[in-house]
Design a binder for this molecule. Structure first.
Ligand code: ATP
Ligand code: MG
Length: 558
């Protein structure tokens, strides 16, 4: 019995139709994710991965990973490994083994010979310029090559000689014999094999002819028994060629190409080539710089796989190009972390506070909850003493209107502890604040009857006597969310001030955490301990601040 599944999008609706029409045996579904190993994966690939693997899972099918390594001069093993790691981290498992288009070079060669025998392919001696110049344009048909009508025997012989290395790069190509007058330019006798005397990262020097993607892809899909070959919209006009190439394949079940819209996210560049330029130019520290829209960068930044999958579920799958706001992605990580990340107090940009009436040398412990939205996470004891730190911007000597934090003569509550009043500001000769001197109202400790007294502001703080020094990295977007395409090269638009490094003070609880752990710093955002942490010094990345502009946008939209 075939089980009925509600289609979540138009692709699943197509799959449901194929199942109803018994297009594939027993309603089987096999999808694939086909990256070119020429860089690290980015946020756009997350969508493709979630879509392909999501469908595989939903239809009790499976998903292959196939590296499109038909371009011998570019691919690198480093990229292959990073791509596999990213897929796994997102929570998906491909059907073993991992595939490579290069696995099929022998079969693809045979398919090409078959097309020649069917009279559907020919060896062309024209140069690539000549081929380009005779393609015609949308208003004019192309010109047929003088070599287009070679005999099958001659074509087979020449193609074999190409394979045997008799010719130099570019001297000959194999072209599909379709229609030089086709209104679809893609169908004007596209090149399907070229000569390249280059060493391939997997097949070495075994081959000096390489199939083009448009030819290799449909036939690799067919060889693996892929049912639904899901790709981005720019391949739509190539679908007739995809189907045309499948003529070389005898199997009963042929794969079917379905296109969907690429994911674009504001502030994020989604092109491996562009990302590589950024890495090579050194504007970021590497592919996994926490500002990068690569999966490895997003992971290091502190995003969870759950938050990325939630994001993909929310944005859905459409057939029209669109741009998603970065605020929506940030909303997802906040949603995921709010109930599970423990909260601690860290002062990012510290200024010293002395409670002049508080006994010197005394340390007391106040009780704070680990997550106010999740009681199960319990409480912890936080040291408090005469010497504290607060945020520099939580103090204003001449307070602006509606500034309810610390100011001379004003009272504020220190979170979980006491109400204090600022009496005096001590400055150095240049006018920089050295310390703020306050009086502590000893009757107002949180949880005691005296705590009832209302004051307007509550500040987070860290006890200076037990504080842990940490380095905090705050990030801004590499590209402005308001960026308009104004014709400038993206490299000119990159925000050079996108990284701020702060020397911060954390409560000792931070020592209980290890690299990769995430928490909320009260009032300051979500953070993760970075791999740059050493034995004696913790380094954290800010994943995202606390202000949720996306939730606001949604509320407005009702
Ligand atoms: P890039 O231009 O970054 O290299 P690509 O499309 O060339 O992207 P591939 O490695 O060929 O990258 O892509 C693997 C799969 O991921 C393809 O099926 C492709 O359609 C899909 N993909 C790539 N970019 C996006 C995107 N922005 N949104 C959705 N899917 C994408
Ligand atoms: Mg590509």
């Amino acid at each position: 019995m075939e089980e009925k599944r509600e289609a979540a999008n138009f692709i699943e609706a197509e799959i449901n139709k194929d199942i109803a029409n018994h297009v594939y045996k027993n309603g089987r579904v096999l999808t694939r994710f086909p990256p070119e190993p020429n860089g690290y994966l980015h946020i756009g690939h997350v969508k493709s991965i979630c879509l392909n693997f999501g469908i595989g899972k939903k239809y009790h099918g499976e998903t292959n990973v196939r590296f499109d390594d038909t371009n011998p001069t570019k691919e690198e093993v480093e990229y292959v490994n990073s791509i596999l790691e990213d897929v796994k981290w997102l929570g998906f498992q491909w059907k073993e083994p991992v595939h490579y288009a290069s696995d099929y070079f022998p079969e693809l060669y045979e398919f090409a010979c078959k097309l020649i025998r069917m009279g559907l392919a020919y060896v062309d001696d024209q140069t690539s310029e000549e081929i380009h110049d005779t393609r015609g344009d949308l208003n004019h048909p192309g010109k047929e090559s003088p070599w287009r009508n070679r005999s099958v025997e001659e074509n087979l012989k020449l193609f074999q000689e190409m394979k045997e290395g008799k010719y130099k790069d570019g001297e000959k190509v194999l072209r599909a014999k379709i229609d030089m007058a086709s209104p679809n330019m893609v169908m004007r006798d596209p090149v399907i094999y070229r000569i390249l005397h280059a060493t391939h990262h997997r097949t070495g020097d075994a081959w000096c002819i390489y199939p083009l993607y448009d030819f290799a892809h449909p036939l690799s899909d067919a060889l693996e028994g892929i049912t639904h070959s899901i790709c981005t919209l720019e391949f739509e006009e190539r679908r007739p060629l995809y189907e045309w190439c499948l003529q070389a394949f005898d199997g009963e079940e042929k794969p079917r190409q379905i296109e969907f819209a690429r994911l674009n996210v504001t502030t994020m560049i989604t092109s491996k080539r562009k990302l590589r330029r950024m890495v090579e130019a050194g504007v970021v520290s590497g592919w996994d710089d926490p500002r990068m829209p690569t999966i490895s960068g997003i992971r290091r930044r502190g995003y969870t796989p759950e938050s990325l999958r939630m994001f993909c579920d929310q944005i859905g799958v459409a057939k029209a190009d669109n741009v998603v706001s970065i605020a929506q992605l940030e909303h997802c990580i906040r949603e995921d972390l709010k109930g599970k990340a423990p909260r601690i107090m860290t002062v990012l940009d510290p200024v010293k506070v002395v409670l002049t009436n508080y006994p010197e040398g005394q340390i007391e412990y106040v009780t704070l909850e680990n997550n106010s939205e999740n009681e199960e996470m319990g409480t912890r004891q936080v040291p408090f003493s005469r010497n504290l730190y607060i945020e520099r911007d939580d103090f204003m000597e001449t307070p602006a209107k509606k500034f309810f934090r610390m100011a001379p003569g004003k009272e504020v509550r220190l979170k979980g502890a006491y109400i204090v009043r600022c009496d005096e500001v001590v400055k150095d000769e240049e006018g920089h604040i050295q310390e703020i001197r306050c009086t502590c109202d000893m009757d107002t400790r949180s949880g005691t009857p005296g705590a009832d007294r209302k004051v307007k502001g509550t500040l987070h703080w860290v006890c200076a006597d037990t504080a842990v020094d940490i380095t905090a990295r705050l990030y801004d977007y590499l590209i402005s969310p308001d960026d308009q395409d104004d014709g400038r090269d993206f490299m000119e638009k990159i925000n050079k001030d996108s990284l701020t490094v702060l020397h911060s003070k954390a409560e000792p609880a931070i020592l209980d955490y290890k690299v990769g752990d995430r928490f909320q710093f009260l009032r300051k955002g979500y953070f993760i301990i970075d791999k740059d942490t050493t034995e004696g010094h913790i380094v954290v990345n800010r994943i995202v601040g606390l202000k949720d502009s996306w939730a606001k946008i949604q509320k407005k939209q009702g």
